[in-house]
Design a protein around this ligand. Structure first.
Ligand SMILES: NC(=O)c1ccc[n+]([C@@H]2O[C@H](COP(=O)([O-])OP(=O)(O)OC[C@H]3O[C@@H](n4cnc5c(N)ncnc54)[C@H](OP(=O)(O)O)[C@@H]3O)[C@@H](O)[C@H]2O)c1
Length: 214
């Protein structure tokens, strides 16, 4: 699959690297330094290159949006037409200093994104784990028990593709329902962040749901 990365920071850089290592063709875009993008592409050890956001998006089967909430408008403007594309978003609607959600209860970052690109198929995924755990999850992908990863969206075909990508990273995808469920997954991501960054075990934290009684 061809995957365009819009926002090549902690999340986009690592997820793009894992996607490339899993055999996908990745284009890294949207960082403040071209050198950083080149380095990511070089170190990905796979089919990875760099481009402008428009170049990353144009030929992509899937696009990963991994920018700060306040950069949505800018990156979308640079990416151009995303009609018909699967747009995965891991972005959380944080204030400028990343201390609080600025959208919640009646909407979510994922829904606000979908309103801006109504002809794209938005799926919210990867926002509930810290970037620090991604390489570890990928390295452990052949183990019998995988960590869970919740995702949600309104388009069933887009969700099937998203689930495949989630599996490629090493998670067990958990379909949480329509996109409006991001109203719950986004605050849940802050709980995970709290445990990862202020808890005792360090930030390489993932989670797993288990059902009992069956
Ligand atoms: N980090 C996590 O563990 C985590 C977990 C869950 C969800 N999230 C969410 O995921 C999203 C991305 O988070 P992140 O931690 O990956 O953020 P980040 O490391 O700051 O990455 C954002 C990317 O956007 C680029 N960027 C920012 N301003 C730009 C500008 N003016 N022009 C061009 N590029 C610009 C940054 O460039 P540079 O590379 O040059 O800085 C970087 O590549 C956020 O919405 C966050 O809330 C993050």
């Amino acid at each position: 699959m061809r995957i365009g990365i819009l926002g090549s920071g902690l999340m986009g850089g690592k997820l793009g690297t894992v996607f490339a290592r899993a055999g996908h063709e990745v284009v890294f875009s949207y960082a403040r330094s071209k050198r950083k993008l080149d380095e990511l592409a070089r170190n990905a050890n796979g089919k990875a290159s760099t481009g402008t956001p428009a170049e990353a998006a144009q030929q992509a089967d899937a696009v990963l949006l991994a920018v700060h909430w306040l950069r949505f408008d800018d990156v979308l403007k640079q990416a151009g037409d995303l009609s018909g594309k699967l747009v995965l978003t891991c972005s959380l609607p944080m204030n400028e200093d990343n201390t609080e959600l600025v959208v919640g209860r009646t909407s979510s970052a994922a829904e606000e994104l979908a309103k801006r690109i109504p002809k794209a198929q938005v799926v919210s995924a990867f926002n509930t784990v810290p970037s620090e755990v991604l390489f570890g999850v990928y390295a452990a992908r052949r183990k019998a028990v995988r960590p869970s990863l919740v995702y949600c969206g309104d388009d069933s075909r887009a969700k099937r593709v998203a689930a495949e990508l989630i599996r490629d990273v090493g998670f067990d995808p958990v379909d949480a329902g329509p996109l409006r469920i991001a109203r719950y997954t986004e605050p849940f991501a802050l709980l995970i962040g709290q445990l990862a960054y202020d808890g005792e075990g360090g930030p390489e934290l993932a989670y797993r749901f288990e059902r009992f009684g069956k």
